[in-house]
Design a protein around this ligand. Structure first.
Ligand code: AMP
Length: 284
């Protein structure tokens, strides 16, 4: 049975009953769970004796013109999926439980959250870092699992954990994709038939750059150019960015060195914004 916890007090009472020698793994989500989320649930179950998911559509990470009110919220189906996956508990707080009306303390990361999605979604990572730190303080997990799908989010959280000395191991789960390469996302349900036909070009652009990288290309602009050219051939898709960055600092680089690189892409299909990425690691 997955225990449903709606208040911080209920969560803490549940957490207090976990024996101290058992590890707790948390998977934060916004719900509308798909196989990508469920792969993270599997990792949580593998890595810890006790697993908990949170489902919270965090208003603080949505911009004023973003999809907060229409974001899918199939709570019953989500709970059934968590039950099926053997997750021990789910935290489903109402907005007022996490944000008092006069809340005035926020977490602002000032470097890795600035480029890429941070540049086009002002305030987004402030919302993410704030809610994740709150969830960490409420749940006090030993392990927290995030998806590589949101690569910059992983980098921001890892930086926050390091800078604020949190005693939590961050685990990154690999990107789960549709058979044609489209990364699973709760936002894919917004795609109409024409959007859906164009969407795999995002993965195709990453694959083209990956192949060039594996063939020995190390120049960041050349690789980004290869990716951008693939997307340019799909006029239905509006490119927002296609960048090759240092995988930890997310700084612009000229040449890919021993640290490897993050290939990161964001594009619009109609009003739907999709992101994807590839982590390039030089062969050892
Ligand atoms: P969200 O509900 O969109 O906030 O996502 C919750 C978690 O699931 C985040 O850590 C995401 O990175 C992760 N996630 C979303 N889509 C995928 C995917 N296709 N593969 C792996 N993890 C994913």
């Amino acid at each position: 049975m997955t225990i449903i916890l709606r208040t911080i007090a209920e969560l803490r009472a549940w957490r207090d009953q976990v024996p101290p020698d058992q590890k707790v793994a948390l998977v934060p989500t916004m719900g509308a769970l798909h196989a990508g989320h469920m792969s993270l649930m599997g990792l949580a179950r593998d890595r810890a004796e006790v697993s908990i998911a949170s489902i919270f559509v965090n208003p603080l990470q949505f911009g004023p013109s973003e999809d907060l009110s229409k974001y899918p919220r199939p709570v019953e189906a989500d709970i059934a999926l968590l039950e099926g996956a053997g997750i021990d508990a789910v935290f489903l707080p109402p907005v007022a439980e996490l944000y008092p009306e006069d809340a005035s303390t926020f977490v602002v990361e000032e470097s890795v959250s600035l480029p890429l999605c941070g540049a086009v979604r002002p305030g987004h990572f402030r919302g993410v870092a704030t809610v994740v730190l709150k969830l960490f303080n409420i749940v006090t997990p030993d392990i927290a699992v995030f998806g590589q799908k949101d690569a910059q989010q992983c980098v921001v959280i890892e930086r926050m954990v390091r800078d604020l000395n949190l005693r939590i191991d961050i685990v990154r789960g690999p990107i789960v994709r549709e058979p044609d390469g489209l990364a699973l996302s709760s936002r894919n349900i917004y795609l109409d038939a024409a959007d859906r036909r164009a969407a795999p070009a995002i993965f195709a652009s990453l694959e083209a750059a990956r192949l060039a990288f594996e063939a020995g290309e190390r120049n960041a602009e050349t690789l980004a150019g290869i990716g951008r050219a693939v997307l340019a051939a799909e006029p239905w898709l509006k490119l927002q960015y296609w960048e090759v960055r240092h995988p930890e600092s997310l700084a612009a680089i000229e040449t890919i060195g021993p640290a490897g690189a993050l290939f990161a892409v964001a594009a619009h299909l109609g009003t739907t914004r999709l992101i994807d990425n590839y982590l390039a690691r030089p062969a050892e």
